[in-house]
Every structure is written in C-alpha cells, then in structure tokens.
Design a binder for this molecule. Structure first.
Ligand code: SAM
Length: 453
C-alpha cells in the first residue's frame, strides 16, 4: 500500500496524492494533485486551481518540496470559451496584507503566490468539506489524550460525519506496520449510518491512502452495534459523536446487558471491546440533557470514573505591533524618537532587500509588478512610500546614536485575548470500563507474580 500523506508525506509533493494549498491563514484548499496533461476542464495546462492570487496549474505544484512557495502562472481561460474554473476560491474576504496586494491583480494573471503544505489532521480539519458539524482540534487533542489513544490502539468511532475526528485518531494510533506477531496494528473502526456521508468517507479514506488503517462501515449503531463482519474490533478506546449515545452504549458491553434490548438475543454475545484491558470512552454532546441520559446509561452498564468536561478554548494572539512609518510632526503622529529610529531601520532593511532584488536600477526597483518582486517586500515598500517617509529618507543613514534593532524585535510586544469564549462546542463525558478478570487470568497472574507464596 502507498503511504498516506497524513502519516508519511515524504520530502516532496506527489502526483495522485493530497496536498493543501495555503492561500492565507484562514483559506486552505485541499487538492489531489493531478498530473494529467492535455485539456482538462477547459485548461490546456491540465487541472488548474484558480484563486484571487492567480492561477496555479497542478503541474506547477507537483514534485515540489513541502512548504514551497509557488508562483502563479498565466493560464489561458479566455480564448477557449471561458469554460468553468476547476476551483474558484475567491469567495472569502480576508484582511491579510499579502492578500490585499494580490487581490488587485486579475485572477488569470501571474500575480501572487501560494504555499503547498503536507496534510495534517489539524490542517485537514480547517480545510475539509463540511458534511456535518465537526470536532475541532482543541476538543479532539484533549479527547485523544484522555481516552489514551496511542500507537497500536484500536478505536471505535461513531458517527464518522465529515471525518475530522477520524483523521486525528488514525494518526494517534498509527504504529507503522508492525512485524512482530504480538504487536497489534493501530486501527480506526468508524461507523456512519447516513449513506451519502458513508460513501463520501469511503472515497476520502481511499484518496488519502488510509484504507488499511480506517475501516468504515455503513451502519445504524443504535440497532446493530459495532461488530465488523461479525467479528470484534477488540477496541481499546471509543469515541461517540452521536445524537443519542445512550442508545449505542448497550452494544459496548463486555456481556449481553440484562437490562437492555439488543439485537441478536439468540446469538452468542460478542463484545466489540478488548477484554484484557480497561476500555476508555468519550461521548461528545452539545446539550446537558444528552449528558444526563448518557451518564445514566453508563452507570447502569458498569462504566466507572464518569466525568464531564467542557473544553473552553480561547485564542491568545501574541504579536509585535508594527511601527508606523510616519515622521514626528506629520499629522496624527505621536511617535517617540525611538520609534523613528526603528522606522528608519526598517526602511533601510526594506531598501536593502529591494536593491538586492533589483540591483541599483531605481526604475526597476519601483516596478511593483515585476515578476521577481517578493510580494511582502513590495507591500512594505509601497506602504513606506504612501506613508510619506519616502525612499530618500530611507536611504539616509540613521544618526550614530540610533539603536539598531533586529527586525524580529521591532515594535511593541503585545498580547490580545479574545474577549470571550466564542462558542460552546460540546460536553465531553469520559468513562472507563474496567478489565474483568477470569479465573484463568487470576491464576496466570498469580503464577507470574506469586506474591502469596
Ligand atoms: N465526529 C465527526 C467529525 O469530526 O467529522 C462528526 C460527527 S456528526 C456530528 C454525527 C454523525 O453521526 C452524522 O454524520 C450522523 O449521520 C451520524 N449518526 C447519527 N446517528 C447514527 C447512528 N445511529 N449510527 C451511525 N451513525 C449515526
């Protein structure tokens, strides 16, 4: 089997494999890189991603080291009858400076750039096609830690929904391909009863080369439980993101529950859980009424250490406030001389980088459309010009007593906290089903540690 780009991305992007095209912090586009040449959806270049930063034929994204910056290409969309774009990601407004600069250019011109990133569960959560509500990183990182998901474990997950949790959990349990007979291969057993979502998940799992590690089953788990082809997944941990977890819990028992009606009453009971270890479970429910019903069922079914947690995630932004480029005496300026020294320093740095790119030719340096201009540089340079501290001022050597501040230390260090917690996601209910000891296990344990002898 091909290694999954989520687990072993290798050094470079590959044709036929998933890559994440990073337009800006909040705008990420997943793409299976397609090396088909010839006319595809109206483009002679093959598949093209169209963005507000320009057009990116897949051919320019393939075989690149992960993290590379990729320049836009000029692609011909007009002469072939304006056929539909393969992807158009121009819908989301953004405040990024580089976006603002790039946005001025027409979509088909070679104007901006993107970065090509390897997929990770975190990036996938930010970019995946939403079919349902999803579990986000702050919740799933805590959940996976609490249910003790680690390499070699088997996880039951229901419902699969949009696969956000699935991707995080497969990375948590992945332990390569163990060769030793006693090593278990980590695996995710995922269940989804909505047919369209099940099929979409199946396609995704295959496209992401995870088929070997994620077993997706089309199933109503309330009625039909968690066995796969009649066999036990031998799960170490369980995550239920379902509207009524208490309806699924009777199937997650070591014995046929006496108090619950479960299917296959006449069949011998097969538990989907691992028998020789404690099993850790988490349910994820937005309403407190769901929690009380779930906890009630857990108590009746022998689950212990029941605890409810809510992850209240708050983002704290730590940044350096950029120094304005106004000069003292300019209208609205209240800068200290220290700020001025910083500003001059900054301008000198920008100037230096400009010269590096364009030699000493002033004319070429002023051309913001020049293909070789780094977008960030041109934004900063033009900001300097429009802020009134012209190039001449920048070229002026600063006075001897001006402090020299490295660029990463410029500006004031500030941190800003989100004023309040934005959204309640869900209540997490954790519980443990203890290991049950058979007579044989007791005897074997006594043999191993004969503390009484
Ligand atoms: N955890 C998922 C993620 O991170 O993308 C989202 C899960 S979504 C909120 C809940 C899913 O449970 C839905 O896709 C729904 O179809 C599925 N579901 C609801 N009842 C079910 C049942 N009885 N058996 C299996 N799946 C069920």
């Amino acid at each position: 089997t091909k290694p999954s780009p989520f687990l072993n991305p290798g050094q470079t992007t590959k044709a036929g494999s998933l890559a994440i095209v990073h337009l800006s912090r909040d705008n990420l586009v997943p793409a299976i890189l397609d090396d088909t040449v010839g006319e595809v959806n109206g483009y002679a270049e093959g598949t093209v991603i169209n963005t507000r930063f320009g057009s990116f034929p897949h051919s320019t994204l393939i075989g690149q080291p992960w993290g590379s910056q990729i320049r836009a290409s000029v692609v011909d969309t007009g002469s072939r009858g304006r056929k539909r774009k393969v992807r158009d990601d121009t819908d989301e407004p953004s405040n990024d400076t580089e976006e603002a600069a790039s946005a001025k250019k027409p979509a088909t011109a070679a104007s901006g750039f993107v970065h090509v990133l390897p997929p990770t569960p975190e990036i996938w959560t930010m970019s995946l096609p939403h079919r349902t509500q999803v579990v986000y990183t702050p919740d799933y990182s805590y959940i996976l830690h609490r249910i003790r998901a680690r390499p070699g474990m088997r996880i039951i997950e229901a419902g699969a929904g949009s696969g956000s949790f699935t991707h995080a959990s497969v990375r948590a349990v992945y332990n390569g391909y163990p060769t030793a007979a006693e090593d278990r291969k980590g695996k995710v057993y995922s269940f989804e009863f909505n047919e369209a979502r099940f099929q979409a998940m199946e396609r995704e799992v295959k496209a992401h080369d995870l088929s070997d590690l994620v077993q997706i089953t089309h199933r109503d788990v309330y009625n039909d439980g968690f066995l796969v082809n009649g066999e036990s997944p031998e799960a170490d941990c369980v995550f239920l993101d379902l509207p009524a977890p208490w309806k699924a819990l009777p199937h997650l028992s070591r014995h046929r529950p006496a108090t619950e009606a479960v299917n296959g009453q006449d069949q011998p009971w097969v538990s989907p859980l691992r028998s020789d270890r404690a099993v850790h479970l988490c349910t994820f429910s937005p309403c407190i009424e769901q929690v009380t019903r779930t906890v009630d069922a857990m108590r009746r079914l022998g689950w212990m250490e029941i605890e409810m947690v809510e992850v209240a995630h708050k983002r704290i932004g730590v940044l350096r406030e950029r120094v304005g480029l106004n000069m003292p005496g300019d209208r609205g300026s209240n800068q200290s001389p220290y700020d001025v020294a910083e500003a001059v320093n900054r301008l000198r740095e920008v100037e230096g980088r400009f010269k590096e790119f364009h030699g000493r030719n002033q004319k070429a340096a002023k051309s913001a459309n020049d293909d070789d201009v780094d977008m960030n540089d041109s934004v900063e340079a033009s900001a300097a010009e429009t802020n009134g501290a012209g190039r001449e001022a920048a070229a002026e050597p600063p006075s001897d007593n001006a402090p020299s501040v490295p660029s990463f230390m410029m500006g004031r260090l500030v941190h800003r906290t989100e004023p309040e917690i934005k959204t309640h996601t869900s209540y997490l209910v954790f519980a443990v089903l203890p290991q049950e000891w058979t007579e044989e296990q007791e005897a074997a344990a006594f043999e191993k540690w004969p503390c009484g002898k």
